[in-house]
Design a binder for this molecule. Sequence first.
Ligand code: 5AD
Ligand code: SF4
Length: 466
Amino acid sequence: MSADPHKTFYLETFGCQMNVHDSEKVIGTLLHEGYRQVQTVEEAGLVLYNTCSIRDKTEQKVFNRLNDYKKYQKQGKKFGVLGCVAQQEGEKIFERAPYVSLVCGSASYRNLPQMLIQLETGKLEAGKSEAPKPEARSPIRVTGLDDRETEDCFETEFTARSNPHRGYITIIEGCDKFCSYCVVPFTRGKERSRTSESVLAEARQMADLGYTEIQLLGQNVNSYKDPAGDRPGKSGDKKTFAELLAAVGEVPGIRRVRFTTSHPRDFGRDIVEAIDAVPTLCDHVHLPVQSGSDRVLNAMQRLYSREQYLERIAWMKSAKREISITSDIIVGFPGETEEDFAETLSLLEEVGYDAVFSFKYSPRPNTPSLALEDAIPDQEKARRLEILMARQREIQITRYKKYIGTISEVMVEGRNEARAQWIGRTSQNKTLNFTAPEQAAPKVGTYVPVRATVSFPNSLLGELVL
Ligand code: 5AD
Ligand code: SF4
Protein backbone atom coordinates (compact mmCIF):
# COMPACT_ATOMS: atom_id res chain seq x y z
CA MET A 1 0.00 0.00 0.00
CA SER A 2 1.41 3.44 -0.81
CA ALA A 3 1.83 5.98 1.99
CA ASP A 4 -0.92 8.53 2.49
CA PRO A 5 0.86 11.88 3.06
CA HIS A 6 -1.73 12.75 5.71
CA LYS A 7 -1.22 9.57 7.72
CA THR A 8 2.00 10.02 9.65
CA PHE A 9 3.12 8.40 12.89
CA TYR A 10 5.85 8.77 15.47
CA LEU A 11 6.67 5.81 17.70
CA GLU A 12 8.85 5.78 20.79
CA THR A 13 9.80 2.61 22.61
CA PHE A 14 10.49 2.14 26.32
CA GLY A 15 11.80 -1.01 27.98
CA CYS A 16 13.14 -4.38 26.95
CA GLN A 17 14.17 -6.06 23.69
CA MET A 18 10.71 -7.63 23.41
CA ASN A 19 9.27 -4.12 23.25
CA VAL A 20 11.91 -3.01 20.76
CA HIS A 21 11.00 -5.90 18.49
CA ASP A 22 7.24 -5.47 19.02
CA SER A 23 7.75 -1.89 17.84
CA GLU A 24 9.45 -3.15 14.68
CA LYS A 25 6.35 -5.24 14.00
CA VAL A 26 3.98 -2.38 14.83
CA ILE A 27 5.94 -0.02 12.55
CA GLY A 28 5.78 -2.60 9.74
CA THR A 29 2.03 -2.95 10.25
CA LEU A 30 1.49 0.82 10.14
CA LEU A 31 3.62 1.20 7.01
CA HIS A 32 1.58 -1.53 5.38
CA GLU A 33 -1.60 0.31 6.35
CA GLY A 34 -0.39 3.35 4.42
CA TYR A 35 1.16 5.36 7.25
CA ARG A 36 4.50 7.12 6.96
CA GLN A 37 6.94 7.12 9.89
CA VAL A 38 8.33 10.48 11.02
CA GLN A 39 11.12 11.20 13.47
CA THR A 40 9.50 13.91 15.61
CA VAL A 41 6.23 14.30 17.49
CA GLU A 42 5.74 17.69 15.78
CA GLU A 43 5.46 16.12 12.33
CA ALA A 44 3.21 13.24 13.36
CA GLY A 45 -0.55 12.84 13.12
CA LEU A 46 -0.46 9.76 15.33
CA VAL A 47 1.91 9.59 18.32
CA LEU A 48 2.51 6.16 19.81
CA TYR A 49 4.38 5.14 22.94
CA ASN A 50 5.27 1.49 23.39
CA THR A 51 5.58 1.33 27.15
CA CYS A 52 7.17 -0.65 29.98
CA SER A 53 5.88 -1.18 33.51
CA ILE A 54 8.44 -3.60 34.91
CA ARG A 55 9.36 -1.14 37.71
CA ASP A 56 7.59 1.92 39.04
CA LYS A 57 10.30 4.20 37.62
CA THR A 58 9.83 2.90 34.07
CA GLU A 59 6.10 3.44 34.35
CA GLN A 60 6.47 7.00 35.70
CA LYS A 61 8.69 7.82 32.75
CA VAL A 62 5.80 6.97 30.44
CA PHE A 63 3.31 9.16 32.30
CA ASN A 64 5.80 12.02 32.42
CA ARG A 65 6.24 11.74 28.69
CA LEU A 66 2.48 11.67 28.14
CA ASN A 67 2.12 14.85 30.19
CA ASP A 68 4.93 16.50 28.26
CA TYR A 69 2.98 16.20 25.07
CA LYS A 70 -0.42 17.30 26.30
CA LYS A 71 0.23 20.60 24.52
CA TYR A 72 0.20 18.93 21.09
CA GLN A 73 -3.35 17.73 21.47
CA LYS A 74 -4.61 21.14 20.35
CA GLN A 75 -2.94 20.48 16.99
CA GLY A 76 -5.33 17.58 16.41
CA LYS A 77 -2.76 14.85 16.96
CA LYS A 78 -3.93 11.45 18.12
CA PHE A 79 -2.09 9.68 20.93
CA GLY A 80 -1.83 5.96 21.54
CA VAL A 81 -0.37 4.00 24.44
CA LEU A 82 0.85 0.50 23.59
CA GLY A 83 2.55 -2.25 25.58
CA CYS A 84 2.77 -3.04 29.26
CA VAL A 85 1.52 0.22 30.81
CA ALA A 86 -1.42 0.14 28.38
CA GLN A 87 -2.34 -3.38 29.42
CA GLN A 88 -1.74 -2.78 33.12
CA GLU A 89 -3.65 0.48 33.42
CA GLY A 90 -6.22 -0.23 30.72
CA GLU A 91 -9.00 2.31 30.46
CA LYS A 92 -7.65 4.16 33.50
CA ILE A 93 -5.18 5.73 31.07
CA PHE A 94 -8.07 7.69 29.56
CA GLU A 95 -8.62 9.24 32.99
CA ARG A 96 -4.98 10.13 33.60
CA ALA A 97 -4.37 11.22 29.99
CA PRO A 98 -7.77 12.09 28.50
CA TYR A 99 -6.33 13.14 25.14
CA VAL A 100 -5.25 9.53 24.46
CA SER A 101 -7.28 7.78 21.72
CA LEU A 102 -5.78 4.29 21.66
CA VAL A 103 -4.81 1.91 24.48
CA CYS A 104 -3.52 -1.45 23.35
CA GLY A 105 -1.67 -4.30 25.11
CA SER A 106 0.89 -6.46 23.28
CA ALA A 107 -1.43 -9.48 23.07
CA SER A 108 -3.79 -7.40 20.89
CA TYR A 109 -1.31 -6.15 18.28
CA ARG A 110 -2.71 -8.68 15.83
CA ASN A 111 -5.82 -6.52 15.73
CA LEU A 112 -3.98 -3.26 15.08
CA PRO A 113 -5.11 -2.89 11.44
CA GLN A 114 -8.78 -2.89 12.52
CA MET A 115 -8.01 -0.57 15.42
CA LEU A 116 -6.29 1.88 13.08
CA ILE A 117 -9.38 1.96 10.87
CA GLN A 118 -11.53 2.59 13.95
CA LEU A 119 -9.16 5.34 14.95
CA GLU A 120 -9.40 7.00 11.55
CA THR A 121 -13.14 6.68 11.12
CA GLY A 122 -14.06 6.31 14.80
CA LYS A 123 -17.41 7.05 16.26
CA LEU A 124 -17.60 9.46 19.17
CA GLU A 125 -17.73 7.62 22.45
CA ALA A 126 -20.69 8.56 24.65
CA GLY A 127 -19.43 11.31 26.97
CA LYS A 128 -19.05 10.62 30.68
CA SER A 129 -20.26 13.06 33.28
CA GLU A 130 -16.74 13.60 34.67
CA ALA A 131 -15.29 14.25 31.18
CA PRO A 132 -12.52 16.84 31.25
CA LYS A 133 -12.52 20.05 29.19
CA PRO A 134 -13.62 19.25 25.65
CA GLU A 135 -10.43 20.46 23.97
CA ALA A 136 -8.33 18.11 26.12
CA ARG A 137 -10.39 15.01 25.58
CA SER A 138 -10.04 12.70 22.63
CA PRO A 139 -13.40 12.12 20.96
CA ILE A 140 -12.34 8.63 19.88
CA ARG A 141 -11.32 5.84 22.21
CA VAL A 142 -10.12 2.54 20.84
CA THR A 143 -8.96 -0.26 23.13
CA GLY A 144 -7.21 -3.60 22.62
CA LEU A 145 -7.03 -5.13 26.07
CA ASP A 146 -8.93 -8.41 26.01
CA ASP A 147 -6.54 -10.86 24.34
CA ARG A 148 -4.22 -12.01 27.12
CA GLU A 149 -5.62 -15.53 27.02
CA THR A 150 -4.93 -15.87 23.30
CA GLU A 151 -3.17 -18.95 21.92
CA ASP A 152 -1.61 -16.94 19.10
CA CYS A 153 1.51 -14.87 18.73
CA PHE A 154 1.70 -11.63 16.77
CA GLU A 155 3.14 -12.89 13.49
CA THR A 156 3.54 -10.48 10.63
CA GLU A 157 5.42 -10.49 7.37
CA PHE A 158 5.80 -6.72 7.56
CA THR A 159 8.35 -6.42 10.40
CA ALA A 160 10.37 -3.24 9.84
CA ARG A 161 13.75 -4.27 11.27
CA SER A 162 15.95 -1.33 12.17
CA ASN A 163 19.29 -3.06 11.59
CA PRO A 164 20.15 -4.75 8.27
CA HIS A 165 22.63 -7.24 9.75
CA ARG A 166 21.18 -8.56 12.98
CA GLY A 167 17.54 -8.98 13.88
CA TYR A 168 15.16 -10.40 16.43
CA ILE A 169 12.69 -13.24 16.03
CA THR A 170 10.06 -13.76 18.72
CA ILE A 171 9.61 -17.48 19.40
CA ILE A 172 7.46 -17.32 22.54
CA GLU A 173 5.25 -14.60 24.00
CA GLY A 174 3.81 -14.12 27.49
CA CYS A 175 4.81 -15.78 30.74
CA ASP A 176 3.23 -18.45 32.96
CA LYS A 177 5.82 -18.33 35.73
CA PHE A 178 4.24 -15.69 37.99
CA CYS A 179 7.35 -14.79 39.98
CA SER A 180 5.89 -12.99 42.96
CA TYR A 181 7.35 -9.54 42.12
CA CYS A 182 6.72 -9.52 38.39
CA VAL A 183 4.06 -7.74 36.39
CA VAL A 184 4.85 -9.46 33.06
CA PRO A 185 2.35 -12.38 33.31
CA PHE A 186 -0.35 -9.74 33.79
CA THR A 187 0.77 -7.42 31.02
CA ARG A 188 1.91 -9.87 28.36
CA GLY A 189 -0.53 -12.63 29.11
CA LYS A 190 -0.41 -16.37 28.78
CA GLU A 191 2.64 -18.19 27.44
CA ARG A 192 2.29 -19.14 23.77
CA SER A 193 4.91 -20.34 21.29
CA ARG A 194 5.18 -20.11 17.53
CA THR A 195 5.68 -23.28 15.52
CA SER A 196 9.33 -24.10 14.83
CA GLU A 197 8.37 -24.24 11.17
CA SER A 198 7.26 -20.61 11.18
CA VAL A 199 10.34 -19.52 13.18
CA LEU A 200 12.64 -21.31 10.73
CA ALA A 201 10.84 -19.83 7.74
CA GLU A 202 11.44 -16.36 9.19
CA ALA A 203 15.10 -17.19 9.89
CA ARG A 204 15.60 -18.38 6.29
CA GLN A 205 13.88 -15.29 4.95
CA MET A 206 16.18 -13.09 7.05
CA ALA A 207 19.24 -14.99 5.81
CA ASP A 208 18.05 -14.42 2.24
CA LEU A 209 17.82 -10.71 2.97
CA GLY A 210 21.44 -10.70 4.16
CA TYR A 211 21.01 -10.93 7.93
CA THR A 212 23.83 -12.87 9.58
CA GLU A 213 22.85 -12.62 13.25
CA ILE A 214 19.55 -13.69 14.76
CA GLN A 215 18.42 -13.20 18.31
CA LEU A 216 15.59 -15.44 19.43
CA LEU A 217 13.34 -13.65 21.88
CA GLY A 218 10.95 -14.63 24.60
CA GLN A 219 10.19 -13.54 28.14
CA ASN A 220 11.28 -17.07 28.98
CA VAL A 221 12.79 -18.07 25.69
CA ASN A 222 13.79 -21.54 26.85
CA SER A 223 10.27 -22.37 28.06
CA TYR A 224 9.52 -22.67 24.34
CA LYS A 225 7.02 -25.42 23.49
CA ASP A 226 6.57 -26.12 19.82
CA PRO A 227 2.82 -26.20 19.10
CA ALA A 228 3.45 -28.09 15.83
CA GLY A 229 0.62 -30.54 15.25
CA ASP A 230 -1.31 -29.41 18.33
CA ARG A 231 -4.07 -27.60 16.47
CA PRO A 232 -5.35 -27.35 12.92
CA GLY A 233 -2.94 -25.23 10.92
CA LYS A 234 -0.04 -25.97 13.28
CA SER A 235 1.73 -28.56 11.18
CA GLY A 236 5.38 -29.72 11.09
CA ASP A 237 7.72 -31.65 13.36
CA LYS A 238 7.86 -30.69 17.01
CA LYS A 239 11.23 -29.35 18.15
CA THR A 240 12.56 -28.75 21.64
CA PHE A 241 14.07 -25.34 22.33
CA ALA A 242 17.60 -26.76 21.97
CA GLU A 243 16.67 -28.38 18.66
CA LEU A 244 15.17 -25.15 17.40
CA LEU A 245 18.32 -23.27 18.44
CA ALA A 246 20.48 -25.73 16.53
CA ALA A 247 18.21 -25.60 13.48
CA VAL A 248 18.31 -21.77 13.38
CA GLY A 249 22.10 -21.98 13.79
CA GLU A 250 22.27 -24.26 10.76
CA VAL A 251 20.35 -21.95 8.42
CA PRO A 252 22.79 -21.17 5.58
CA GLY A 253 24.11 -17.63 5.86
CA ILE A 254 23.46 -17.27 9.61
CA ARG A 255 26.72 -16.77 11.50
CA ARG A 256 25.47 -15.96 15.00
CA VAL A 257 22.44 -16.97 17.01
CA ARG A 258 21.64 -15.51 20.43
CA PHE A 259 18.66 -16.12 22.69
CA THR A 260 17.23 -14.22 25.59
CA THR A 261 15.96 -14.42 28.33
CA SER A 262 16.42 -17.89 29.79
CA HIS A 263 14.68 -19.06 32.94
CA PRO A 264 16.87 -21.27 35.16
CA ARG A 265 14.01 -23.66 35.90
CA ASP A 266 13.68 -24.64 32.22
CA PHE A 267 17.38 -24.44 31.38
CA GLY A 268 18.30 -27.95 30.28
CA ARG A 269 21.71 -29.44 29.67
CA ASP A 270 20.67 -29.94 26.04
CA ILE A 271 21.05 -26.17 25.51
CA VAL A 272 24.73 -26.39 26.47
CA GLU A 273 25.11 -29.47 24.26
CA ALA A 274 23.60 -27.52 21.34
CA ILE A 275 26.10 -24.69 21.93
CA ASP A 276 28.89 -27.29 21.95
CA ALA A 277 27.66 -28.88 18.72
CA VAL A 278 26.76 -25.82 16.64
CA PRO A 279 29.50 -23.18 16.32
CA THR A 280 27.09 -20.44 15.20
CA LEU A 281 25.31 -20.54 18.58
CA CYS A 282 26.91 -17.72 20.55
CA ASP A 283 28.85 -18.54 23.71
CA HIS A 284 26.77 -16.30 25.92
CA VAL A 285 23.82 -17.10 28.18
CA HIS A 286 21.78 -14.56 30.11
CA LEU A 287 20.45 -16.53 33.08
CA PRO A 288 18.85 -14.20 35.66
CA VAL A 289 19.24 -15.51 39.20
CA GLN A 290 17.48 -12.60 41.03
CA SER A 291 18.90 -13.64 44.45
CA GLY A 292 21.55 -15.92 45.92
CA SER A 293 19.44 -16.81 48.97
CA ASP A 294 17.15 -19.84 48.96
CA ARG A 295 14.80 -18.12 51.36
CA VAL A 296 14.38 -15.14 49.04
CA LEU A 297 14.22 -17.32 45.90
CA ASN A 298 11.41 -19.18 47.56
CA ALA A 299 9.54 -16.00 48.49
CA MET A 300 10.04 -14.80 44.91
CA GLN A 301 8.50 -18.08 43.65
CA ARG A 302 11.42 -18.58 41.31
CA LEU A 303 10.99 -22.39 41.30
CA TYR A 304 14.69 -23.26 41.79
CA SER A 305 17.22 -23.29 44.60
CA ARG A 306 20.68 -21.74 44.67
CA GLU A 307 22.11 -25.24 44.30
CA GLN A 308 20.01 -26.00 41.22
CA TYR A 309 21.01 -22.68 39.70
CA LEU A 310 24.67 -23.44 40.34
CA GLU A 311 24.23 -26.86 38.75
CA ARG A 312 23.23 -25.12 35.51
CA ILE A 313 26.24 -22.83 35.81
CA ALA A 314 28.43 -25.94 36.21
CA TRP A 315 27.02 -27.37 32.96
CA MET A 316 27.99 -24.18 31.18
CA LYS A 317 31.44 -24.14 32.75
CA SER A 318 32.10 -27.64 31.44
CA ALA A 319 31.23 -26.63 27.85
CA LYS A 320 33.87 -26.87 25.13
CA ARG A 321 33.90 -23.12 24.58
CA GLU A 322 34.00 -20.69 27.48
CA ILE A 323 30.40 -19.50 27.85
CA SER A 324 29.97 -15.95 29.09
CA ILE A 325 27.23 -15.74 31.71
CA THR A 326 25.20 -12.66 32.65
CA SER A 327 22.36 -12.13 35.10
CA ASP A 328 19.65 -9.94 36.60
CA ILE A 329 19.47 -9.38 40.36
CA ILE A 330 16.88 -7.71 42.57
CA VAL A 331 17.97 -6.25 45.92
CA GLY A 332 15.68 -5.35 48.80
CA PHE A 333 12.93 -7.87 48.12
CA PRO A 334 10.52 -7.85 51.11
CA GLY A 335 12.16 -9.67 54.00
CA GLU A 336 15.67 -9.77 52.46
CA THR A 337 18.05 -9.77 55.44
CA GLU A 338 21.73 -8.81 55.55
CA GLU A 339 22.49 -12.57 55.48
CA ASP A 340 20.33 -13.08 52.40
CA PHE A 341 22.07 -10.20 50.69
CA ALA A 342 25.48 -11.62 51.67
CA GLU A 343 24.47 -14.83 49.91
CA THR A 344 23.76 -12.88 46.73
CA LEU A 345 27.22 -11.32 46.99
CA SER A 346 28.83 -14.71 47.48
CA LEU A 347 26.96 -16.04 44.44
CA LEU A 348 28.50 -13.27 42.33
CA GLU A 349 31.95 -14.59 43.32
CA GLU A 350 30.97 -18.17 42.76
CA VAL A 351 29.56 -17.69 39.26
CA GLY A 352 31.83 -14.95 37.90
CA TYR A 353 29.37 -13.04 35.73
CA ASP A 354 30.47 -10.90 32.80
CA ALA A 355 27.59 -8.47 33.40
CA VAL A 356 24.84 -8.05 35.97
CA PHE A 357 21.76 -5.88 35.63
CA SER A 358 20.71 -5.06 39.16
CA PHE A 359 17.55 -3.40 40.40
CA LYS A 360 15.96 -2.21 43.64
CA TYR A 361 12.78 -4.11 44.36
CA SER A 362 9.76 -2.15 43.17
CA PRO A 363 6.24 -3.23 44.24
CA ARG A 364 4.03 -3.72 41.18
CA PRO A 365 0.25 -3.78 40.75
CA ASN A 366 -1.48 -7.20 40.73
CA THR A 367 1.66 -9.11 41.79
CA PRO A 368 1.58 -11.51 44.78
CA SER A 369 4.45 -9.74 46.54
CA LEU A 370 2.42 -6.53 46.64
CA ALA A 371 0.71 -8.06 49.68
CA LEU A 372 4.07 -8.28 51.48
CA GLU A 373 5.20 -5.21 53.33
CA ASP A 374 7.82 -3.33 51.29
CA ALA A 375 9.69 -2.78 54.54
CA ILE A 376 13.23 -2.17 53.36
CA PRO A 377 13.68 1.59 53.10
CA ASP A 378 14.76 2.96 49.73
CA GLN A 379 18.01 4.16 51.26
CA GLU A 380 18.87 0.63 52.36
CA LYS A 381 17.95 -0.77 48.93
CA ALA A 382 20.20 1.85 47.39
CA ARG A 383 23.03 0.89 49.75
CA ARG A 384 22.75 -2.79 48.83
CA LEU A 385 22.58 -1.94 45.14
CA GLU A 386 25.73 0.14 45.41
CA ILE A 387 27.62 -2.60 47.26
CA LEU A 388 26.49 -5.17 44.70
CA MET A 389 27.48 -3.01 41.76
CA ALA A 390 30.89 -2.20 43.25
CA ARG A 391 31.55 -5.89 43.93
CA GLN A 392 30.50 -6.86 40.41
CA ARG A 393 32.67 -4.14 38.92
CA GLU A 394 35.72 -5.63 40.67
CA ILE A 395 34.83 -9.06 39.35
CA GLN A 396 34.48 -7.71 35.83
CA ILE A 397 37.78 -5.83 36.00
CA THR A 398 39.51 -9.14 36.74
CA ARG A 399 37.48 -11.09 34.20
CA TYR A 400 37.95 -8.65 31.31
CA LYS A 401 41.70 -8.33 31.97
CA LYS A 402 42.31 -11.93 31.03
CA TYR A 403 41.27 -11.27 27.42
CA ILE A 404 44.19 -8.93 26.82
CA GLY A 405 46.33 -10.45 24.07
CA THR A 406 43.59 -12.82 22.84
CA ILE A 407 42.04 -12.66 19.38
CA SER A 408 38.25 -12.72 18.92
CA GLU A 409 36.04 -12.45 15.90
CA VAL A 410 33.81 -9.38 16.15
CA MET A 411 30.83 -8.22 14.19
CA VAL A 412 31.50 -4.62 13.15
CA GLU A 413 28.57 -2.61 14.51
CA GLY A 414 29.60 0.91 13.62
CA ARG A 415 32.17 3.62 13.97
CA ASN A 416 32.91 5.99 16.84
CA GLU A 417 34.35 8.96 14.94
CA ALA A 418 35.20 10.96 18.07
CA ARG A 419 37.44 8.14 19.28
CA ALA A 420 38.55 7.04 15.82
CA GLN A 421 37.47 3.51 16.73
CA TRP A 422 35.32 0.82 15.22
CA ILE A 423 32.61 -0.69 17.41
CA GLY A 424 32.73 -4.46 17.59
CA ARG A 425 30.85 -7.23 19.40
CA THR A 426 32.19 -10.67 20.18
CA SER A 427 30.23 -13.91 20.14
CA GLN A 428 30.31 -13.68 23.97
CA ASN A 429 28.37 -10.41 23.57
CA LYS A 430 31.29 -8.32 24.82
CA THR A 431 31.97 -4.93 23.33
CA LEU A 432 35.42 -5.06 21.70
CA ASN A 433 36.14 -1.72 20.03
CA PHE A 434 39.18 -1.50 17.81
CA THR A 435 41.37 0.58 15.62
CA ALA A 436 42.22 -0.27 12.03
CA PRO A 437 44.50 1.36 9.48
CA GLU A 438 42.57 3.52 7.00
CA GLN A 439 43.38 1.28 4.06
CA ALA A 440 41.96 -1.72 5.98
CA ALA A 441 38.77 0.02 7.22
CA PRO A 442 36.19 -2.73 7.77
CA LYS A 443 32.57 -2.60 6.60
CA VAL A 444 29.75 -2.40 9.13
CA GLY A 445 28.05 -5.79 9.40
CA THR A 446 31.17 -7.81 8.52
CA TYR A 447 33.13 -10.10 10.83
CA VAL A 448 36.81 -9.42 11.48
CA PRO A 449 39.47 -10.72 13.90
CA VAL A 450 40.53 -8.30 16.63
CA ARG A 451 43.30 -8.58 19.21
CA ALA A 452 42.34 -7.11 22.60
CA THR A 453 45.00 -4.77 24.00
CA VAL A 454 43.26 -2.85 26.82
CA SER A 455 40.51 -3.90 29.22
CA PHE A 456 37.85 -1.89 31.03
CA PRO A 457 35.17 -3.09 33.48
CA ASN A 458 32.56 -3.31 30.70
CA SER A 459 34.43 -3.51 27.43
CA LEU A 460 37.67 -4.19 25.63
CA LEU A 461 39.75 -2.19 23.21
CA GLY A 462 41.93 -3.73 20.56
CA GLU A 463 43.33 -3.64 17.06
CA LEU A 464 42.31 -5.27 13.83
CA VAL A 465 44.40 -8.35 13.06
CA LEU A 466 45.67 -7.90 9.52
N1 5AD B 1 11.23 -4.82 40.94
C1 5AD B 1 12.53 -4.76 40.60
N2 5AD B 1 13.05 -5.43 39.55
C2 5AD B 1 12.20 -6.18 38.82
N3 5AD B 1 12.42 -6.96 37.74
C3 5AD B 1 11.25 -7.52 37.38
N4 5AD B 1 10.27 -7.11 38.20
C4 5AD B 1 10.83 -6.29 39.11
C5 5AD B 1 10.35 -5.57 40.23
N5 5AD B 1 9.08 -5.62 40.59
C6 5AD B 1 13.74 -7.16 37.15
C7 5AD B 1 14.14 -8.65 37.20
C8 5AD B 1 13.98 -9.08 35.77
C9 5AD B 1 14.34 -7.80 35.04
C10 5AD B 1 13.90 -7.76 33.62
O1 5AD B 1 13.71 -6.79 35.78
O2 5AD B 1 15.49 -8.71 37.61
O3 5AD B 1 14.82 -10.15 35.43
FE1 SF4 C 1 8.58 -11.98 35.24
FE2 SF4 C 1 9.36 -14.29 36.38
FE3 SF4 C 1 7.97 -14.31 34.05
FE4 SF4 C 1 10.52 -13.41 34.09
S1 SF4 C 1 9.83 -15.51 34.61
S2 SF4 C 1 8.77 -12.44 33.06
S3 SF4 C 1 10.64 -12.44 36.10
S4 SF4 C 1 7.24 -13.64 36.04
